[in-house]
Design a protein. Structure first.
Length: 112
């Protein structure tokens, strides 16, 4: 792989990583388990690997932005995640910030 291609891939990875928290929080107003979350995000064009998602979910839970509950009534136990009240507030602020950044970037990119 050429140096230019590797640099581009690394920059794209950084850009994508910066959107994952907002992407995940946007989907967890209602409880979802990990695999359903992956499928829902991928259905909307957001690729996320399970080995990226689960550590992120645990970190967001530790930060108090998510809560989880085990559902044991089905064929196999599943851990469902949902936003907390604090998670709702942080999500709202991140969403507003993202929308402002997005508008600014659109203006910058239109000029070139």
């Amino acid at each position: 792989m050429g140096e230019k291609k590797e640099t581009l891939e690394n920059l794209l990875l950084e850009l994508r990583r910066g959107t994952l928290v907002l992407s995940v929080l946007s989907q967890l107003k209602e409880p979802k388990y990990g695999y359903a979350l992956v499928q829902g995000l991928e259905g909307q064009g957001v690729r996320i690997e399970t080995n990226t998602l689960y550590p992120l979910l645990r970190r967001l839970e530790k930060q108090g932005l998510l809560a989880s509950d085990w559902e044991t009534g089905g064929s196999k136990p599943r851990k469902y995640y949902r936003r907390t009240a604090s998670g709702d507030e942080v999500y709202k602020e991140l969403k507003e910030q993202w929308q402002g950044i997005s508008r600014t970037m659109e203006k910058l990119l239109e000029e070139n």
